[in-house]
Design a protein around this ligand. Structure first.
Ligand SMILES: [Fe+2]
Length: 453
């Protein structure tokens, strides 16, 4: 018997996923799980000897002295200590995965940009070699800021493992199904789900259905957490129970293997003689999780006006300044529009934060055309943007009955830092040169006549 409990499925709405085997519910819970009975010490972390001859090891996700409500660590009981999975390192070249600061003097990041989906090619690409950085912000060495990536994955990693010491990764699949076999268990991930892979956690990515494409937000800073709901109260938005951490799963496999490490923006490889996924039991609150975006409960205007997009925040990664995030992950999903006497799409605006958007599926309400699934857009710090003419005219003249925005799921990685385009984003990715022209036919209507529309 395992220590983790999987809730009994009793009743659920037909379109919503239920609890399922292999995962434990909760966000930042004090999870405990063991793949072999009695592998997890009880009542203490570091017994003189561990059952099965396992080694006890702590993985610290925050400083030892971080405030209690933020302190995260996990105790692992493993076949070998991690130091056996880390030998001499040699630098390797991973040319398309960039880290901040990465400013190409020949690239202009000041602008409004939009891209079509980055296409697959015949090239065989893994999770590491298939990462294509689009933007970077902040500085990886001082642990502030982020990078946004597109991944194009066709091949499973075989006896090859990876971890990032620089960052936690927020993974947003758009196409294909991936398996993240991690030290702490297995996460299968498909479109409409997201996963958070913590800093320092070793894993291997396999393709269950390919080719796979998606978006990654690489967070150099403080971890993602659930935003405070304020007066909204104890429910709605992203609810903690809908996050799922994997149960323990281990490999006892002695084969020549490699571990690739991203460390201070550079990549290194080390050779080892076994699978490093050898954690038989663990407990703690520093763990990978996945989350089904269909369980996000949006809250919005129910009489008039259009709230700030922060109302749709799923996760926030704080910076040192309260309320000014290193990164917000914001979701624009299906919802009802009911506001009266209101221009319902996003309004025109300029924002001190930098907004990178991606389309998971469907059509986005501020841009009926051109922002397609797999595509991205960037509205950088203090660059004006808003609805195109079609969206403006349509919303200004619409019959304002209750309307369901259906078949739509887009997201935003919003950061307090300006985002710099990589050379790949500027020169190789399918940039829409005419994007800025979507506002060119907006008319001047004003002629001094009161009541004119
Ligand atoms: Fe915006």
């Amino acid at each position: 018997m395992t220590k983790h409990t999987v809730p009994t499925r009793m009743q659920m709405a037909p379109s919503l996923p239920g609890p399922h085997e292999g995962y434990m519910p909760g966000f930042g819970n004090d999870y405990e799980t063991e793949a072999l009975p009695g592998a997890l010490p009880q009542g203490m972390n570091s017994p003189q000897t561990c059952n099965y001859g396992l080694y006890g090891e702590q993985l610290s996700g925050t400083a030892f002295t971080a405030p209690s409500h933020q302190n995260e660590r996990t105790w692992c009981y493993r076949i070998r200590p991690s130091v056996k999975h880390s030998h001499r390192y040699e630098k390797i070249d991973v040319p398309f995965w960039k880290s901040a600061p990465n400013v190409d003097p020949d690239v202009t990041s000041l602008g409004q940009y939009r891209w079509d989906p980055v296409p697959h090619t015949d090239e065989k690409l893994t999770w590491v070699t298939g990462m294509r950085t689009m933007t970077t912000a902040g500085d990886v060495n001082t642990q502030v800021g982020m990078a946004s990536h597109i991944y194009l994955v066709t091949e499973s990693m075989e006896d090859d493992y990876f971890f990032s010491a620089d960052s936690e990764l927020l993974v947003v699949p758009q196409e294909g199904v991936l398996r993240f076999s991690t030290e702490l268990g297995i996460i299968d991930l498909e479109p409409k789900e997201i996963a958070i892979i913590p800093r320092g956690l070793l894993y291997r990515v396999e393709v269950l259905e390919g080719p796979a494409r998606g978006f990654v937000c690489e967070n150099y800073g403080q971890k993602f957490e659930l935003p405070g709901r304020g007066p909204i109260g104890a429910n709605c938005m992203a609810n903690p129970r809908d996050f799922k951490a994997p149960v323990a799963a281990y490999e006892d496999r002695e084969v020549p293997s490699t571990v690739t490490v991203k460390w201070c923006g550079q990549f290194h490889k080390t050779n080892i003689g076994q699978s490093p996924l050898d954690v038989v039991a663990w407990h703690g609150n520093y763990a990978p999780v996945k989350y089904d975006l269909r369980t996000y409960c949006p809250v919005g205007a129910i009489l008039f006006d259009h709230p700030d997009p922060s109302i749709f925040t799923v996760l926030t990664a704080p910076s040192g300044q309260p309320g000014t995030a290193n990164i917000d992950f914001v979701l624009f999903r299906e919802r009802w529009m009911v506001a009266e006497d209101t221009f319902r799409p996003p309004w025109y605006h300029k924002n001190i934060m930098s907004e990178l958007m991606g389309n998971i599926y469907g059509q986005y309400d501020a841009k009926p055309k051109g922002f397609i699934p797999g595509g991205m857009s960037l509205h950088n710090m203090m660059l004006p943007h808003g609805p195109d003419k079609n969206a403006f005219e349509g919303a200004s003249n619409a019959d304002l009955k209750a309307e369901k925005l259906d078949n739509t799921m887009s997201f935003m990685f919003e950061t307090r830092f300006p985002q710099h385009l990589t050379t790949f984003a500027a020169d190789e990715a399918p940039l829409q040169d005419d994007y800025i022209d979507c506002w060119s036919d907006i008319e001047k209507k004003f002629d001094g006549t009161p009541g004119k529309k």
